[in-house]
Design a binder for this molecule. Structure first.
Ligand code: UGA
Length: 432
């Protein structure tokens, strides 16, 4: 089949590459010339396991093309995926200006029956809006259908998630479009769920909001454990072995970050409000998460009443391991709190250092590795659970730290052992 994918971010590039790998002819369109030129030369704008191999192979065999010309993407494909970004706008809703630009190109260049597929995360009702815009603006009288087919891939495992999805959601009332979409997805070993377009749009937000709520829930249980006794990891295991609950997404920590959960939780609350509904649970999920991001420095403040001029090591800056993405990363809150208290921050992340410099500039010190960050500091705060931070040489850490204070935001170590090692150790939801 002939497809085009507008937007070469995580969702667009990975989806386009994976469809090409399955034998379809795919044109990836992006207005960023540098990005497109890079892709043609094997330079990936993001790091994802296995992505470069798939892109290079399919670019070489002609299944995958890259262009900056929207007209080419529209005229030379039967199915057009919209996979551009939908960042938060000032009111917490979704900014659809990039989607609008793609829709204008489709209307301008439509040259046959097209299926326009929304893969970007867009508020319920966007499909109607897209349909109306194309209808009003189209320059030639061809038929088209607008389908919602949300994406559920995670950063870090994007190729594997795309190739092996838990389910494919196809939201459309058009039988013709549904048949084509079924055929396009026939190679995936996943159940296909057919819904109306509104439901498909809501499914994406509801899935992310539910997962985010699971995290805030377990983080609150952790906060209770800290006050009552009990171990949140045991509690998570105990409740997670009930299949109805499941043990996934029950890792207590320093709160969720990234490009999706923070944005999508706020957006669904905002959509609900626009329709006169107060979405209390998800509103609280966001509020709990904001507070959770502050708990590590609060623990530090309990031990050290004054942080002025104190050097503190921060390990892990990306919002989760195996990515350099720092969008809404909890580390940003942690660093801000420390700087506000007058502390000096020494930070290290295995891949996000460049990203961090863009954000923090010269307000913090950038270290060579974990030990360099810890050297001559009063306390270490572990924010992101990179493998290398889970296997630190604790004797060395102890030696380098001036004060044996270790605050573990991801429960990477065992409280008993840390105590034996002589650390003053704080973790999440477990009494030291
Ligand atoms: C998330 C969803 O998992 C994907 O299904 C979805 O497609 C994607 O958003 C999206 O909407 O594009 P992602 O943001 O890449 O994917 O990352 P996750 O692995 O889900 O982690 C999100 C955050 O939750 C991270 O900060 C992570 O540290 C935190 N988390 C996750 C926890 O604190 N505890 C857990 O048990 C799980």
């Amino acid at each position: 089949m002939k497809l085009s994918v507008f937007g070469t971010g995580y969702v667009g590039l990975v989806s386009g590459a994976c469809f090409a790998e399955l034998g379809h002819e795919v044109i990836c369109v992006d207005i960023d010339e540098e990005k497109i030129e890079g892709l043609r030369n094997g330079v990936m704008p993001i790091y994802e396991d296995g992505l470069k191999e798939i892109v290079d192979r399919n670019y070489a065999n002609g299944n995958l093309k890259f262009t900056t010309l929207p007209a080419e993407g529209v005229t030379e494909s039967d199915i057009i995926f919209i996979a551009v970004g939908t960042p938060s706008d000032n009111e917490g809703g979704a900014d659809l200006s990039a989607v609008e630009a793609v829709v204008e190109s489709i209307a301008e260049n439509i040259n046959d029956y097209k299926i326009v597929v929304d893969k970007s995360t867009v508020p319920v009702g966007t499909g109607d809006w897209v349909e109306e815009m194309i209808e009003e603006q189209k320059e030639a009288d061809y038929e088209f259908d607008v389908v919602s087919c949300p994406e559920f891939l995670r950063e870090g495992t994007a190729v594997d998630d795309t190739m092996n999805p838990d389910r494919v959601v196809i939201g459309t009332e058009s039988e013709k479009a549904a048949e084509v979409m079924d055929e396009l997805h026939q190679d995936f070993e996943a159940p296909i769920l057919h819904t109306d377009r509104y439901s498909a749009e809501i499914i994406k937000y509801a899935a992310n909001a539910f997962l985010a709520t699971k995290i805030s829930f377990i983080n609150e249980i952790a906060n209770i454990c800290e006050r009552t006794g009990g171990n949140v990891q045991e509690v998570a295991k105990g409740i997670g072995s009930d299949h109805r609950i499941s043990d996934k997404f029950l890792r207590a920590g320093v709160g969720f970050g990234g490009a999706c959960f923070p944005k999508d939780t706020k957006a669904i609350v905002s959509t609900a409000a626009e329709h006169g509904y107060d979405f209390k649970i998800v509103d609280s999920t966001v509020e709990v998460n904001e507070a959770q991001k502050k708990t590590l420095v609060n623990k530090l403040r309990q031990e050290m009443s004054d942080l002025e001029d104190k050097k503190i090591a921060v390990l892990g800056l990306s919002f989760k391991p195996n990515t350099d993405d720092m969008r809404e990363a909890p580390s940003r809150t942690v660093v801000k709190q420390l700087l506000d208290d007058g502390a000096e921050v020494k930070a290290y992340d295995p891949v996000a250092m460049e990203e961090a410099e863009k954000i923090f500039g010269d307000s913090i010190e950038y270290s060579e590795d974990a030990y360099d960050a810890i050297d001559d500091t009063e306390a270490v705060i572990l924010v992101t659970e990179w493998d290398e931070f889970q296997n630190l040489d604790l004797d060395r850490v102890k030696e380098l730290l001036n004060n044996s204070l270790f605050i573990d935001g991801r429960n990477c170590y065992e409280p008993e052992k840390m105590k034996e090692q002589g650390f003053t150790y704080y973790s999440v939801g477990r009494k030291a």
